[in-house]
Design a protein around this ligand. Structure first.
Ligand SMILES: NC(=O)c1ccc[n+]([C@@H]2O[C@H](COP(=O)([O-])OP(=O)(O)OC[C@H]3O[C@@H](n4cnc5c(N)ncnc54)[C@H](O)[C@@H]3O)[C@@H](O)[C@H]2O)c1
Length: 401
């Protein structure tokens, strides 16, 4: 069987590699020639533990080949970006472009699968596009949606072991897609229809967003009431049926901070909680920035000089180097814009250098700072001794007690 992966990014490339490792002949397509060149040289262009060795193996054995143009195959997988536009509306133009590129190659009996996180109805839309342009293939090819739920950093394990949800435009398409994935997925393959599968992915990430919003809302209430939110949540979670997540300085990344908008933009009247959760998590970052700015002003009034401030962390979650949609980055930018010449030390121990922020070593910044703002709970920050002579704004629970 020969298959074609459209998009060789964080998800498409590892999936193509794992499929190739399981004996499937894979052609990996990307519009970025650099990605194609590196892949063909066996050089991984993303960061993922253990993946480099696997890539070299499947490239040198000839199981995986990369190209900027698709080739005739038996199955096609769309793993391209699905960002949102300025008004928070989903942008499925990449899925459509990748689909248009393979339409001339389709033949009877082929399988077409969308893996990209997509708004409800995308698979039906792409099926219509395919059959409008190739009406002779109606009911003769198989079309399905199969979202990805791997955690970057643990992709080799999760690609194989996670359960997956697979929904075809009809039963026989679901069967075909399940038959494909069962070649390398050991987790259970749960069958449904394509709309439910699309909504399932959006639901998973919206559910996380809503739960984090609840914790963030509690953190605002506790700040006003003079209650330690970390202790409160720990105590509430002693209830056998309560499981509150931890608050932070907002929600970031390219999934949880993005996917709920795919629901709110299509179902604005119905998605009240999902929309409010998004607002709450965005507001939390704004609130943190205001808190830092007010603390700076207070310091200046009391000490008759500008403070030195350490902004600890830029990533969207602990112990990673990914800054996409990161609230810590937003807060740091906002504080710097209003800093009035205060000395701001920006810290991100997982990044070597940044084109906007001049980075400072975390220990040095902590020692120099009058105000220390913990934005991300990176493990290394937890080893810093608590210094009660400093003003500490702990938005992520470094010193929970
Ligand atoms: N990264 C994750 O953790 C994750 C997890 C689950 C789901 N997803 C979803 O998977 C999809 C892909 O995400 P990603 O993180 O791999 O994105 P990515 O940006 O890392 O990679 C996408 C790749 O597609 C390429 N591309 C764009 N248009 C193309 C086209 N027409 N033909 C061929 N290649 C094209 C880009 O050059 C890029 O290399 C998105 O919908 C995302 O929401 C991502």
């Amino acid at each position: 069987m020969k298959v074609c992966f459209m998009g060789l990014g964080y998800i498409g490339l590892p999936t193509a590699i794992i499929a190739a490792k399981h004996g499937i002949q894979v052609i990996g397509v990307d519009i970025n020639p650099k990605v194609v060149e590196m892949t063909n040289q066996g050089k991984l262009h993303i960061v993922e533990p253990g993946m480099q060795e696997l890539l070299q193996e499947v490239v040198s054995s000839g199981q995986l080949k990369a190209s900027t143009t698709p080739e005739i195959s038996d199955a096609y997988f769309m793993v391209v970006p699905t960002p949102f536009k300025g008004n928070h509306e989903p942008d499925i133009s990449y899925v459509e472009a990748a689909t248009r590129a393979i339409i001339p190659l389709l033949k009877e009996g082929d399988l077409y699968v969308i893996e990209s996180t997509s708004p409800v109805g995308t698979t039906d839309k792409m099926a219509k596009l395919i059959f409008d342009l190739r009406p002779e293939l109606t009911d003769k090819i198989y079309i399905a949606y199969c979202p990805e739920r791997v955690l970057p950093g643990n992709v080799i394990y999760e690609l194989v072991c996670n359960d997956r949800v697979i929904g075809g435009i009809n039963e026989v398409s679901t069967d075909k897609a399940i038959a494909f994935y069962s070649q390398f997925v050991q987790g259970t393959l749960h069958r449904t229809n394509c709309k439910t599968a699309e909504m399932c992915k959006l639901t998973e990430n919206s559910s996380r967003d809503v739960q984090i919003a609840f914790a963030n809302e509690l953190s605002l209430i506790c700040d006003k009431a003079g209650i330690n939110v970390w202790e409160l949540i720990e105590l509430a979670n002693k209830h056998p049926r309560v499981n509150i997540l931890q608050p932070g300085c907002g929600v970031g990344g390219h999934c949880i901070a993005v996917d709920p908008y795919f629901i709110t933009s299509d179902f604005p009247m119905e998605s009240k909680i999902i929309a409010t959760a998004r607002e709450m998590n965005n507001y939390k970052a704004f609130w943190c920035a205001e808190k830092v700015q007010n603390t700076m002003l207070k310091f200046e009034l009391e000490h008759h000089r500008k403070p030195t401030i350490a902004m600890m962390g830029l990533a969207f979650k602990p112990d990673i180097d990914d800054l996409r949609e990161a609230p810590a980055k937003y807060i740091t930018t906002k504080v710097m814009q209003s800093c009035n010449n205060a000395d701001i030390l920006v810290v991100e121990p997982n990044v070597q250098e940044h084109n906007v922020f001049k980075l400072t070593d975390y220990k040095e910044a902590y020692i120099k700072a009058d105000i220390v703002v913990f934005l991300v709970a990176h493990s290394v920050f937890k080893s810093l001794p608590y210094d009660d002579k400093k003003i500490i704004l702990d938005f992520c629970g470094i010193y929970k007690k």
